[in-house]
Design a protein around this ligand. Structure first.
Ligand SMILES: [Zn+2]
Ligand SMILES: [Zn+2]
Length: 348
Protein backbone atom coordinates (compact mmCIF):
# COMPACT_ATOMS: atom_id res chain seq x y z
CA UNK A 1 0.00 0.00 0.00
CA UNK A 2 1.37 3.40 -0.86
CA UNK A 3 1.47 6.13 1.73
CA UNK A 4 -0.93 9.01 1.35
CA UNK A 5 0.83 12.11 0.16
CA UNK A 6 -0.28 15.37 1.66
CA UNK A 7 0.32 18.45 -0.43
CA UNK A 8 -0.36 20.81 2.48
CA UNK A 9 1.26 20.71 5.91
CA UNK A 10 -2.04 21.55 7.57
CA UNK A 11 -3.65 18.34 6.22
CA UNK A 12 -1.14 15.96 7.80
CA UNK A 13 -2.77 13.83 10.53
CA UNK A 14 -1.65 14.44 14.09
CA UNK A 15 1.36 12.49 15.32
CA UNK A 16 2.53 12.06 18.91
CA UNK A 17 5.82 13.80 18.12
CA UNK A 18 6.79 16.56 20.52
CA UNK A 19 9.28 19.16 19.39
CA UNK A 20 10.86 22.17 21.08
CA UNK A 21 10.17 25.02 18.66
CA UNK A 22 11.42 27.96 20.76
CA UNK A 23 12.88 28.34 24.25
CA UNK A 24 10.39 26.78 26.73
CA UNK A 25 7.85 26.15 23.96
CA UNK A 26 6.89 22.66 22.80
CA UNK A 27 4.79 21.82 19.76
CA UNK A 28 2.32 18.99 20.31
CA UNK A 29 -0.40 17.96 17.87
CA UNK A 30 -4.01 17.04 18.59
CA UNK A 31 -6.12 15.02 16.14
CA UNK A 32 -8.90 16.79 14.28
CA UNK A 33 -10.78 15.62 11.25
CA UNK A 34 -12.07 18.60 9.34
CA UNK A 35 -11.99 19.43 5.64
CA UNK A 36 -8.37 20.26 4.78
CA UNK A 37 -7.12 19.95 8.36
CA UNK A 38 -5.55 16.88 9.97
CA UNK A 39 -4.29 18.28 13.26
CA UNK A 40 -4.25 21.36 15.44
CA UNK A 41 -1.05 22.39 17.20
CA UNK A 42 -1.33 22.62 20.95
CA UNK A 43 1.76 24.55 22.03
CA UNK A 44 2.90 23.98 25.59
CA UNK A 45 4.64 26.94 27.24
CA UNK A 46 6.66 25.97 30.31
CA UNK A 47 7.52 28.25 33.20
CA UNK A 48 8.10 28.12 36.96
CA UNK A 49 4.35 28.14 37.65
CA UNK A 50 3.67 25.12 35.39
CA UNK A 51 2.46 25.29 31.80
CA UNK A 52 0.19 27.26 29.53
CA UNK A 53 -1.37 25.51 26.54
CA UNK A 54 -2.42 27.18 23.31
CA UNK A 55 -5.55 26.08 21.37
CA UNK A 56 -6.50 22.78 23.06
CA UNK A 57 -8.40 21.24 20.14
CA UNK A 58 -11.94 20.14 19.41
CA UNK A 59 -14.50 19.19 22.03
CA UNK A 60 -14.73 15.49 22.81
CA UNK A 61 -13.05 12.44 24.26
CA UNK A 62 -10.38 11.99 21.59
CA UNK A 63 -9.04 15.48 22.28
CA UNK A 64 -9.19 15.01 26.02
CA UNK A 65 -7.25 11.74 25.76
CA UNK A 66 -4.67 13.34 23.47
CA UNK A 67 -4.19 16.34 25.78
CA UNK A 68 -3.59 14.02 28.73
CA UNK A 69 -1.21 11.82 26.73
CA UNK A 70 0.83 14.76 25.45
CA UNK A 71 1.19 16.32 28.90
CA UNK A 72 2.13 12.93 30.39
CA UNK A 73 4.76 12.49 27.66
CA UNK A 74 6.23 15.89 28.56
CA UNK A 75 6.03 14.93 32.24
CA UNK A 76 3.62 17.65 33.33
CA UNK A 77 0.74 16.68 35.62
CA UNK A 78 -2.62 18.04 34.45
CA UNK A 79 -2.96 20.19 37.55
CA UNK A 80 0.14 22.17 36.50
CA UNK A 81 -1.80 23.75 33.60
CA UNK A 82 -2.31 27.34 34.78
CA UNK A 83 -3.35 29.03 31.55
CA UNK A 84 -5.20 28.19 28.35
CA UNK A 85 -4.78 30.55 25.43
CA UNK A 86 -7.54 30.44 22.83
CA UNK A 87 -6.49 32.32 19.70
CA UNK A 88 -10.03 32.59 18.30
CA UNK A 89 -13.58 31.32 18.53
CA UNK A 90 -13.43 28.23 16.32
CA UNK A 91 -14.22 24.84 17.86
CA UNK A 92 -10.90 23.25 16.81
CA UNK A 93 -9.21 25.89 19.01
CA UNK A 94 -11.47 26.33 22.03
CA UNK A 95 -12.94 22.80 22.20
CA UNK A 96 -10.83 21.44 25.05
CA UNK A 97 -10.69 24.71 27.00
CA UNK A 98 -13.86 24.37 29.08
CA UNK A 99 -13.01 20.88 30.33
CA UNK A 100 -9.39 21.84 31.00
CA UNK A 101 -10.49 24.79 33.09
CA UNK A 102 -13.05 22.66 34.94
CA UNK A 103 -10.32 20.15 35.88
CA UNK A 104 -7.47 22.56 36.61
CA UNK A 105 -8.93 26.01 37.35
CA UNK A 106 -6.61 27.41 34.67
CA UNK A 107 -7.24 30.86 33.26
CA UNK A 108 -8.74 31.06 29.80
CA UNK A 109 -7.02 33.84 27.88
CA UNK A 110 -8.55 35.36 24.73
CA UNK A 111 -8.79 38.67 22.95
CA UNK A 112 -11.25 41.00 24.66
CA UNK A 113 -13.72 40.68 21.75
CA UNK A 114 -13.89 36.86 22.02
CA UNK A 115 -17.36 35.49 21.57
CA UNK A 116 -18.71 32.22 20.34
CA UNK A 117 -20.22 33.27 17.01
CA UNK A 118 -19.85 36.07 14.56
CA UNK A 119 -22.64 35.07 12.32
CA UNK A 120 -25.36 37.75 12.31
CA UNK A 121 -27.93 34.96 11.91
CA UNK A 122 -26.93 33.66 15.32
CA UNK A 123 -28.15 35.46 18.43
CA UNK A 124 -25.39 36.90 20.61
CA UNK A 125 -24.29 34.86 23.60
CA UNK A 126 -25.92 31.72 22.30
CA UNK A 127 -26.51 29.10 24.97
CA UNK A 128 -24.52 26.03 24.09
CA UNK A 129 -26.94 23.56 25.66
CA UNK A 130 -29.94 24.80 23.69
CA UNK A 131 -27.89 25.32 20.55
CA UNK A 132 -27.19 21.58 20.61
CA UNK A 133 -30.84 20.80 19.89
CA UNK A 134 -31.59 20.00 16.25
CA UNK A 135 -33.83 23.03 15.80
CA UNK A 136 -31.16 25.62 15.33
CA UNK A 137 -32.56 28.87 14.05
CA UNK A 138 -30.81 29.70 10.81
CA UNK A 139 -31.86 32.73 8.86
CA UNK A 140 -31.06 34.19 5.48
CA UNK A 141 -27.56 34.99 4.36
CA UNK A 142 -26.62 38.69 4.11
CA UNK A 143 -26.53 38.37 0.29
CA UNK A 144 -30.07 37.03 0.15
CA UNK A 145 -31.60 33.59 0.19
CA UNK A 146 -31.02 30.83 2.70
CA UNK A 147 -27.65 29.27 3.38
CA UNK A 148 -27.25 25.95 1.60
CA UNK A 149 -26.36 24.24 4.81
CA UNK A 150 -24.83 25.00 8.14
CA UNK A 151 -21.18 25.91 7.76
CA UNK A 152 -19.09 22.84 8.50
CA UNK A 153 -17.46 24.37 11.54
CA UNK A 154 -20.80 24.82 13.13
CA UNK A 155 -21.85 21.32 12.14
CA UNK A 156 -18.80 19.96 13.94
CA UNK A 157 -19.64 22.09 16.90
CA UNK A 158 -23.21 20.85 17.20
CA UNK A 159 -22.17 17.29 16.56
CA UNK A 160 -19.61 17.53 19.35
CA UNK A 161 -21.90 19.23 21.80
CA UNK A 162 -24.82 16.84 21.34
CA UNK A 163 -22.63 13.73 21.42
CA UNK A 164 -20.56 14.82 24.41
CA UNK A 165 -22.79 17.15 26.43
CA UNK A 166 -20.85 16.60 29.65
CA UNK A 167 -17.45 16.93 28.02
CA UNK A 168 -18.40 19.94 26.04
CA UNK A 169 -18.32 23.22 27.82
CA UNK A 170 -18.33 26.63 26.23
CA UNK A 171 -15.18 28.42 27.32
CA UNK A 172 -15.72 31.51 29.42
CA UNK A 173 -12.60 33.67 29.15
CA UNK A 174 -11.19 34.74 32.53
CA UNK A 175 -8.54 37.06 31.03
CA UNK A 176 -9.50 39.16 28.03
CA UNK A 177 -6.52 40.91 26.46
CA UNK A 178 -6.83 44.28 24.76
CA UNK A 179 -4.58 45.37 21.89
CA UNK A 180 -1.04 45.79 23.23
CA UNK A 181 -1.92 44.07 26.52
CA UNK A 182 0.86 42.12 28.26
CA UNK A 183 0.88 38.64 29.71
CA UNK A 184 3.67 36.62 31.34
CA UNK A 185 4.06 33.06 30.05
CA UNK A 186 7.01 30.72 29.36
CA UNK A 187 9.15 32.94 31.57
CA UNK A 188 8.76 36.07 29.49
CA UNK A 189 6.35 38.77 28.50
CA UNK A 190 4.02 38.56 25.50
CA UNK A 191 2.19 41.32 23.73
CA UNK A 192 -1.39 40.90 22.51
CA UNK A 193 -2.00 41.73 18.85
CA UNK A 194 -5.61 41.88 17.70
CA UNK A 195 -5.78 40.38 14.19
CA UNK A 196 -9.38 40.45 12.89
CA UNK A 197 -10.00 38.81 9.51
CA UNK A 198 -10.28 35.02 9.85
CA UNK A 199 -12.53 35.81 12.82
CA UNK A 200 -13.22 39.20 14.36
CA UNK A 201 -11.78 38.07 17.71
CA UNK A 202 -8.49 36.60 16.48
CA UNK A 203 -5.52 37.10 18.79
CA UNK A 204 -1.80 36.74 18.06
CA UNK A 205 0.79 36.87 20.84
CA UNK A 206 4.27 38.26 20.24
CA UNK A 207 7.32 37.72 22.39
CA UNK A 208 9.88 40.37 21.38
CA UNK A 209 12.63 38.83 23.53
CA UNK A 210 12.90 35.50 21.69
CA UNK A 211 11.20 36.80 18.52
CA UNK A 212 8.31 34.34 18.68
CA UNK A 213 4.86 34.95 17.22
CA UNK A 214 1.95 32.69 18.16
CA UNK A 215 -0.15 33.29 15.09
CA UNK A 216 -3.15 30.96 15.39
CA UNK A 217 -5.01 30.70 12.09
CA UNK A 218 -4.17 34.27 11.09
CA UNK A 219 -1.07 33.24 9.13
CA UNK A 220 -0.76 29.58 8.12
CA UNK A 221 2.29 28.12 6.34
CA UNK A 222 0.74 26.50 3.23
CA UNK A 223 -3.00 27.29 3.14
CA UNK A 224 -4.88 30.56 3.42
CA UNK A 225 -7.40 30.95 6.25
CA UNK A 226 -11.09 31.21 5.46
CA UNK A 227 -12.40 34.79 5.41
CA UNK A 228 -16.06 34.93 6.29
CA UNK A 229 -18.36 37.57 4.86
CA UNK A 230 -20.86 36.86 7.63
CA UNK A 231 -19.53 39.25 10.23
CA UNK A 232 -20.58 42.52 11.75
CA UNK A 233 -17.62 44.14 10.02
CA UNK A 234 -18.69 45.72 6.71
CA UNK A 235 -15.36 44.87 5.02
CA UNK A 236 -13.78 41.85 6.70
CA UNK A 237 -11.29 41.40 3.84
CA UNK A 238 -9.95 44.92 4.45
CA UNK A 239 -9.72 44.02 8.14
CA UNK A 240 -7.73 40.91 7.25
CA UNK A 241 -5.33 42.86 4.99
CA UNK A 242 -4.76 45.37 7.79
CA UNK A 243 -4.09 42.52 10.22
CA UNK A 244 -1.59 40.94 7.82
CA UNK A 245 0.20 44.29 7.49
CA UNK A 246 0.15 44.64 11.26
CA UNK A 247 1.98 41.38 11.99
CA UNK A 248 4.11 41.65 8.82
CA UNK A 249 5.41 45.00 10.09
CA UNK A 250 7.28 43.21 12.89
CA UNK A 251 9.54 42.00 10.07
CA UNK A 252 12.88 40.53 11.11
CA UNK A 253 11.99 40.95 14.80
CA UNK A 254 10.04 37.71 14.36
CA UNK A 255 12.42 34.76 14.19
CA UNK A 256 9.87 31.98 14.39
CA UNK A 257 6.12 31.97 13.77
CA UNK A 258 4.04 29.27 15.41
CA UNK A 259 0.83 28.60 13.46
CA UNK A 260 -2.16 26.63 14.78
CA UNK A 261 -1.89 24.18 11.88
CA UNK A 262 1.30 23.09 10.10
CA UNK A 263 4.96 23.61 10.91
CA UNK A 264 6.75 26.62 12.42
CA UNK A 265 8.09 28.97 9.77
CA UNK A 266 10.69 31.71 9.58
CA UNK A 267 9.69 34.52 7.22
CA UNK A 268 6.44 35.94 8.58
CA UNK A 269 6.46 39.13 6.50
CA UNK A 270 6.94 37.14 3.28
CA UNK A 271 4.11 34.74 4.17
CA UNK A 272 1.81 37.70 4.90
CA UNK A 273 2.60 39.09 1.45
CA UNK A 274 1.89 35.74 -0.20
CA UNK A 275 -1.50 35.50 1.49
CA UNK A 276 -2.37 39.04 0.41
CA UNK A 277 -1.33 38.17 -3.13
CA UNK A 278 -3.69 35.19 -3.08
CA UNK A 279 -6.64 37.43 -2.23
CA UNK A 280 -5.54 40.11 -4.72
CA UNK A 281 -5.67 37.33 -7.32
CA UNK A 282 -9.23 36.50 -6.31
CA UNK A 283 -10.27 40.16 -6.51
CA UNK A 284 -8.76 40.36 -9.99
CA UNK A 285 -10.57 37.17 -11.00
CA UNK A 286 -13.90 38.73 -9.93
CA UNK A 287 -13.15 41.85 -12.01
CA UNK A 288 -12.37 39.71 -15.04
CA UNK A 289 -15.47 37.51 -14.64
CA UNK A 290 -17.71 40.57 -14.20
CA UNK A 291 -16.24 42.28 -17.27
CA UNK A 292 -16.31 39.22 -19.49
CA UNK A 293 -19.85 38.08 -18.64
CA UNK A 294 -21.06 41.69 -18.38
CA UNK A 295 -24.33 40.93 -16.57
CA UNK A 296 -25.42 40.90 -12.92
CA UNK A 297 -24.42 37.68 -11.16
CA UNK A 298 -25.32 36.23 -7.78
CA UNK A 299 -22.73 35.55 -5.08
CA UNK A 300 -23.09 31.82 -5.75
CA UNK A 301 -22.45 32.37 -9.45
CA UNK A 302 -19.26 34.31 -8.74
CA UNK A 303 -18.30 31.66 -6.22
CA UNK A 304 -18.44 29.06 -8.99
CA UNK A 305 -15.61 30.96 -10.69
CA UNK A 306 -13.41 31.24 -7.59
CA UNK A 307 -13.77 27.83 -5.96
CA UNK A 308 -13.53 24.27 -7.22
CA UNK A 309 -16.80 22.30 -7.53
CA UNK A 310 -16.12 20.28 -4.39
CA UNK A 311 -15.53 23.46 -2.38
CA UNK A 312 -18.89 24.98 -3.30
CA UNK A 313 -21.30 25.82 -0.50
CA UNK A 314 -22.06 28.42 2.12
CA UNK A 315 -18.43 28.82 3.20
CA UNK A 316 -17.28 29.47 -0.37
CA UNK A 317 -20.19 31.87 -0.92
CA UNK A 318 -19.42 33.65 2.31
CA UNK A 319 -15.79 34.21 1.30
CA UNK A 320 -16.84 35.32 -2.20
CA UNK A 321 -19.29 37.74 -0.62
CA UNK A 322 -16.46 39.23 1.49
CA UNK A 323 -14.46 39.83 -1.72
CA UNK A 324 -17.44 41.33 -3.60
CA UNK A 325 -18.24 43.65 -0.71
CA UNK A 326 -14.58 44.72 -0.58
CA UNK A 327 -14.82 45.71 -4.25
CA UNK A 328 -18.20 47.38 -3.76
CA UNK A 329 -16.96 49.47 -0.84
CA UNK A 330 -13.96 50.46 -2.98
CA UNK A 331 -16.46 51.74 -5.60
CA UNK A 332 -15.56 49.11 -8.21
CA UNK A 333 -18.72 47.00 -7.96
CA UNK A 334 -22.40 47.60 -7.41
CA UNK A 335 -25.34 45.36 -6.69
CA UNK A 336 -29.05 45.23 -7.41
CA UNK A 337 -31.57 43.00 -5.68
CA UNK A 338 -33.76 40.62 -7.67
CA UNK A 339 -36.33 38.53 -5.81
CA UNK A 340 -34.48 39.12 -2.57
CA UNK A 341 -31.11 38.00 -3.94
CA UNK A 342 -28.19 40.34 -4.50
CA UNK A 343 -26.68 40.47 -7.96
CA UNK A 344 -23.29 42.14 -8.39
CA UNK A 345 -21.97 43.94 -11.44
CA UNK A 346 -19.01 46.24 -12.12
CA UNK A 347 -19.74 49.87 -11.32
CA UNK A 348 -19.25 52.38 -14.09
ZN1 LIG B 1 -10.05 29.15 12.64
ZN1 LIG C 1 -7.98 26.37 12.92
Amino acid sequence: MSEKVYTKQEQVPATTEIMEVAPNILRTQLPIDMPGLGHVNMYVLEDSRGVAVVDPGLPGKATWRAINNRLAEIGVPLKRVHSIIVTHSHPDHFGGAGRLRAETGADIITHESFRMFFDPTEPDDVDVETAATPHVPFGDTPWGGPGHSLPWRRKMYYKGSSRFPTLFRAPKPTIRLAEGGRISLAGREWMAIHTPGHTEDHLCLFDPEAGVMLCGDHVLPTITPHISGMTKNADPLKGFFDSLDKVGAFGSQVKVSLPAHGMPFANLALRCDQIKEHHMGRLEKLRVVASELDKPLTVTEYSGHLFSPRAQGTMADSETYAHLEHLRIAGEFDYTVREGIREYIRAN
